[in-house]
Design a protein around this ligand. Structure first.
Ligand code: AMP
Length: 707
């Protein structure tokens, strides 16, 4: 095939376009697909970007002139389709499994030994990098992409076809050269892999988030999953997602004998396949691959969190089979959490909404597990002393659970001579009032009622998702409103008006030197969000008030026993303490809070603003069919949030606990279930998937015991 840049735009071609546009359109599509294959699958582009774009332009123009020729699998049709409010559920024809983990080389050896014991010899194993993204299943019918679905709970995922079509390395049609190996081309062919964000795209995305005052993504994996679940495919397109494909749902749907051969076929079919693979003949080779991958980790343009080792031959895979959760023929060798050293520039003190002072490590920014870390909580003074970290130290940093940055300790040999032990300031860094430490408490506190830092934290807490959920009311806007004196307490939210908000000076100037204002669009959204917050249930309001020791669960227990603020305010300390889950300390805190005149005044103003301060009589209650059962929820559910699932279970009389014990009746495991799942298995607690949970909520019946 010729690839000189002008060849497709010469006169002959233009003549063809005029006389037989259908043939020309088809020729252009083939040419574009072929060049995508060279670019993505083989990583060996021949055309320049400009020439490629010119082909696309011609195709687009021809399709515009002949709309009858438009076809959903045309390369011009990568964006289209509307995603409804909810992504439609997709039941996977074959379960999408998770992988068992080997946390170190010894565990990896033990797994390999078990396989060797089974077969009596070392079966060839395919080693691949474990891409840190989100799993995806792509279905092709007659060679054309018809559906893309997330893993979900493994049984049911979400339909993300419109979004995956925007991912440039996903072929909309399989290359005809590869179709020969498909056993029955009329049957849907489901291929699987990982959709991910490169480190560079991730960084760009987070910089943009920061510039727009949004919270950054914790890691590329979350960013990829979030990008995939956008309601608007044009947003997904802008996120620059990529894929690496590596699996097939039914391995007998293709005439290939094993994993290595499958990867070669996937590449032939036009998919992006990771080149870093090895077919290993011995345990030493597998170990060497893992060690090499660990060394390469940093220099790769995308995040990996381990190596996946797979018994290569499909026949041998079938002989080994699956457990309930994962294949027996594969294991994920997980890298240890990445640790970095950096300079501890300072230890600052943050004042929380209850006045607790928290020391925070201010670090020289360093990239750990995919994102930049510049701050990490040091929790309290005892912790600072236990870790013995001092300003000026070089410290070791990692991300707990790959998300929360954590300072492990100092590198003592690098400590400067003048580094002194750190101590808490005597006065609050925000308001200058004296700091106290109560008997038996770890935390130091500022107890001034006028402390602006506390006020700001209380205001943010009120607006937070678990409380009144005022969407968009973030730190920057709240702190501006506090600074200009428009927000002092939570009742002030309900007197903000749209015109005033839109003119709010954000304390920054634009290129021309004019002050940046909040603007009408955001102001309108905020006012709508404030309006919506008025109808949140009483328990959320109670939680939002930020009474010391009253977290979400306690607020729910209190609202259950005293369904209005008046009933609660009328209760004695003893009556409060009689509620299950409420001890004397909490009872005292609630009792006192509701008698502080300033608080009573705020509550009165909230009442006048129409905020829910009493639950409607619930009328008919659902029968408490789950009474006596305790559920633990883990992982993310696709159809609802964990909070919603918990509330629905409670409405049926169940208890919902935060950790797994022998008393747990059921663990509901969503996607990416973690240690709670493992604990459930270890304790023999039955594990339910999301579909089973849905059935329970629908019928109100506990699950039938397994045979
Ligand atoms: P985990 O979620 O930690 O149980 O790991 C299992 C997941 O690893 C799978 O569901 C895949 O999404 C992902 N994964 C990433 N790279 C690979 C690979 N090369 N082979 C198989 N799974 C992979």
């Amino acid at each position: 095939m010729e690839h000189d840049q002008g060849s497709l735009l010469d006169e002959k071609a233009l003549a063809q376009a005029a006389t037989d546009p259908a043939a020309r359109v088809e020729a252009l599509r083939r040419e574009i697909e072929h060049n995508s294959y060279l670019y993505y699958a083989l990583d060996a582009p021949v055309l320049s970007d400009a020439a490629f774009d010119s082909l696309m332009r011609e195709l687009r123009e021809l399709e515009a002139a002949h709309p009858e020729l438009i076809d959903p699998s045309s390369p011009t049709q990568r964006v289209g389709g509307y995603v409804g409010e909810q992504f439609a559920p997709v039941r996977h024809a074959q379960r999408m499994y998770s992988l068992d983990n080997a946390m170190d080389l010894d565990e990896l050896d033990a797994w390999m030994q078990r396989v060797v014991d089974d077969f009596g010899h070392f079966p060839p194993m395919d080693c691949e990098l474990k891409i840190d993204g989100s799993s995806i299943a792509l279905t092709y019918e007659d060679g054309v992409l018809t559906r893309a679905a997330t893993r979900g709970d493994g049984t049911t995922g979400e339909d993300v076809t419109a979004n995956m079509r925007t991912v440039k390395d996903v072929p909309l049609r399989l290359r005809p050269e590869a179709l020969g190996a498909v056993v029955d081309p009329t049957r849907p062919l489901e291929l699987r892999g990982e959709v991910y964000l490169s480190k560079a795209s991730f960084e760009r995305l987070n910089l943009a988030a920061e510039a727009n005052g949004k919270a950054p993504f914790a890691n590329p994996r979350n960013a990829a999953a979030g990008s995939l679940r956008q309601k608007d495919p044009t947003i997904t397109r802008g996120r620059e997602l990529s894929t690496f494909m590596y699996a097939i749902a039914e391995d007998d749907a293709l005439r290939v004998p094993g994993q290595a051969e499958l990867l070669a076929w996937l590449r032939e079919a036009g998919f992006h396949v990771n080149p870093d693979v090895a077919l290993c003949e011995s345990a030493e080779e597998v170990r060497a691959f893992c060690e090499r991958a660990l060394e390469q980790r940093e220099s790769l343009p995308y995040e990996i969190d381990g190596v996946v080792v797979k018994v290569n031959a499909f026949a041998q895979q079938q002989a080994l089979g699956f457990t309930a959760r994962a294949p027996r023929w594969a294991i994920a060798f997980k890298f240890p959490p990445e640790e970095k050293t950096t300079l501890l520039r300072d230890i600052t003190v943050q004042v929380g909404r209850t006045g607790a002072l928290t020391p925070v490590a201010e670090l020289a920014p360093v990239v750990v597990a995919g994102s930049t870390v510049a701050r990490a909580t040091l929790h309290n003074l005892d912790e600072v002393h236990r870790k013995d970290v001092r300003v000026g130290d070089t410290v070791v940093v990692r991300k707990a659970g790959d998300v929360i940055p954590e300072v492990l300790g100092p590198v003592l040999s690098l400590r400067p001579d003048d580094a002194a032990p750190w101590s808490m300031p005597d006065v609050c860094p925000s308001c200058g009032s004296p700091v106290i430490r109560e008997e038996g408490e770890v935390a130091f506190r500022c107890i001034s009622i006028d402390c602006p830092a506390q006020a700001q934290e209380r205001l943010l807490h009120w607006a937070s998702r678990g409380a009144l959920d005022i969407d968009g009311m973030g730190e920057e806007i709240v702190s501006r409103l506090v600074e200009v004196g428009r927000l002092t307490d939570v009742a002030d939210y309900y007197s903000l008006d749209e015109a005033e908000l839109s003119l709010l000076d954000m304390g920054r100037v634009n290129k021309e030197g004019a002050p940046i204002r909040l603007g009408a669009t955001i102001a309108a959204k905020l006012v709508a969000a404030i309006e919506a917050s008025r109808t949140r249930p009483f328990a959320r309001v109670l939680f939002g008030l930020g009474i010391r020791h009253v977290g979400k669960t306690i607020a729910e227990a209190l609202a259950g026993a005293f369904p209005s603020i008046d009933a609660l305010a009328a209760a004695t300390e003893e009556e409060l303490a009689a509620v299950e889950g409420i001890g004397p300390k909490i009872a005292r805190s609630v009792y006192v809070f509701l008698r502080v005149p300033e608080n009573v005044a705020v509550i009165d103003r909230l009442r006048r603003a129409g905020v829910t301060l009493a639950d409607e009589a619930t009328g008919e209650e659902r029968p408490q069919t789950l009474a006596g059962l305790t559920f633990v929820l883990t992982g993310s559910l696709s159809g609802m949030t964990r909070d919603e699932a918990g509330a629905a279970l409670k409405a049926l009389g169940a208890k919902v606990a935060g950790s797994v014990s022998k008393k747990t009746s059921y663990v509901v495991a969503g996607e990416a279930a973690g240690s709670k799942y493992d604990k459930a298995v270890a304790l023999g607690v039955p594990v339910l998937d999301e579909a089973q949970l849905a059935r329970i909520l629908e019928t109100g019946e506990p699950p039938a015991p397994e045979e």
